[in-house]
Design a protein around this ligand. Structure first.
Ligand code: NAD
Ligand code: UDP
Length: 331
């Protein structure tokens, strides 16, 4: 990678699950980092270990609003803008759909304008959800998707599609050097126990001995990428000097059924939890697996962490959080 020690990254959504791992990786490579977050789903605990790090700063703000004066002032140099700001779990992004949509559209526009002013490179954390409930399998970047524009997931899916549109318009008009990652399901330590996604739900339920909730038959598939692999992909995407500028899928092509994931977690935790079947949410995609041919060719990237290894670390994270919560004095 080039210019590492001169690089100053703004990471919007940096207090979240993926954003906080990205910040650790950037600091580890010698970058300076400003974390911009409204703490909607992010937690200060995710970056607390950096409190005394002189190359790190936190700025609390919502990207829907005009950017804070201290960021907008041109004497704060910024060379790279990572836009990860957006609640990613269906229950969280559906809790305030209007805010979710505006985060992707208005918020992304604000950050693209900032990148333009500073001559900074810009990376959008887009999503496999732009493919909706895909009719093409596995999903290649050339597939335009199958999204219900008025369903409960639309605030997220259509918001990210619009954010991609805005990003590519800035690229086409040569205003900003834009990189777009279409991220597939990612998991790992620092996910919230109340996140609501399948990996965190199944693990916390198994550890607590509660019923494991499977929505629908459990025959629907997903492909789960460990967060360290994903962060490596994001860094390669932001720093590569190849000519390719299209969106790039980042995810683990190892596809499994949701009930197979649940079975694996049950076996790994040794829980006596039983499975409880719940209705399948509206517009829940039936199959999802990334084609990562472009990521391999352009970025030399492919995931390395096996599912069992990643789950082991994630289970350890949730077990430690549960122990810490149990140790809290009763008030
Ligand atoms: P997360 O909810 O843990 O992190 C999102 C962060 O953005 C949080 O810290 C939240 O407080 C912040 N945020 C939300 N709205 C904001 C706003 N308007 N202004 C400022 N900050 C705001 O989610 P995550 O899993 O870390 O996802 C990070 C990014 O990656 C998101 O953009 C998400 O869409 C994308 N993504 C994640 C996955 C995944 O499986 N985790 C898959 C596809 C795409
Ligand atoms: N899911 C489930 N039990 C849960 C949470 C989710 O069976 O407790 C299902 C969900 O319906 C979907 C899959 O697991 O089919 C992945 O859901 P998640 O919310 O993790 O991600 P996304 O749907 O955004 O891919």
């Amino acid at each position: 990678m080039t210019c590492e020690n001169d690089a100053i990254a703004l990471v919007a959504g940096g207090a979240g699950f993926i954003g906080s791992h990205l910040i650790d990786a950037l600091l580890g490579r010698g970058w300076r980092v400003i974390c911009l977050d409204n703490f909607q789903t992010g937690r200060f605990d995710n970056v607390r270990h950096l409190e005394r790090e002189p190359r790190f700063d936190v700025c609390e703000a919502d990207i829907i609003d005009p950017l804070p004066v201290r960021l907008a002032r041109s004497r704060v140099p910024i060379t790279h803008v990572f836009n990860l700001a957006c609640a990613a779990s269906p229950p969280h992004y559906q809790a305030d759909p209007e805010h979710t949509l505006l985060t992707s559209v208005v918020g992304t526009h604000h950050l693209l304008q900032l990148a333009e002013q500073r001559g900074a490179r810009f990376l959008l954390a887009s999503t496999s959800e732009v493919y909706g409930d895909p009719e093409v399998h596995p999903q290649q970047e050339s597939y335009w998707g199958h999204v219900n524009p008025i369903g409960p997931r639309a605030c997220y899916d259509e918001g990210k599609r619009a954010a991609e549109t805005l990003s590519f318009d800035f690229l086409r008009t040569a205003r900003v050097d834009v990189r777009v990652a279409r991220i597939f399901n990612t998991y790992g330590p620092r996910m919230r126990a109340d996140d609501g996604r399948v990996v965190s739900n199944v693990i916390t339920q198994a550890l607590a001995g509660d019923d494991i909730t499977i929505y629908g038959s459990g025959e629907q598939t997903r492909s789960f990428c460990y967060v360290d692999d994903l962060v490596d992909g994001l860094l390669r995407l932001m720093t590569h000097e190849q000519d390719y500028r299209g969106a790039i899928n980042l995810g683990n092509p190892h596809e499994l059924k949701v009930h197979e994931l649940a079975d694996l977690v049950v076996a790994m935790t040794g829980t006596r939890s039983i499975v409880s079947y719940k209705p399948l949410p509206i517009d829940d995609p039936r199959r999802r697996r990334p084609d990562i041919g472009i990521a391999r060719r352009v970025l030399g990237w492919s995931p390395r962490v096996h599912l069992e290894v990643g789950l082991e670390k994630t289970i350890a994270h949730f077990a430690a959080e549960a122990r810490a919560a149990a140790d809290l004095p009763f008030v």
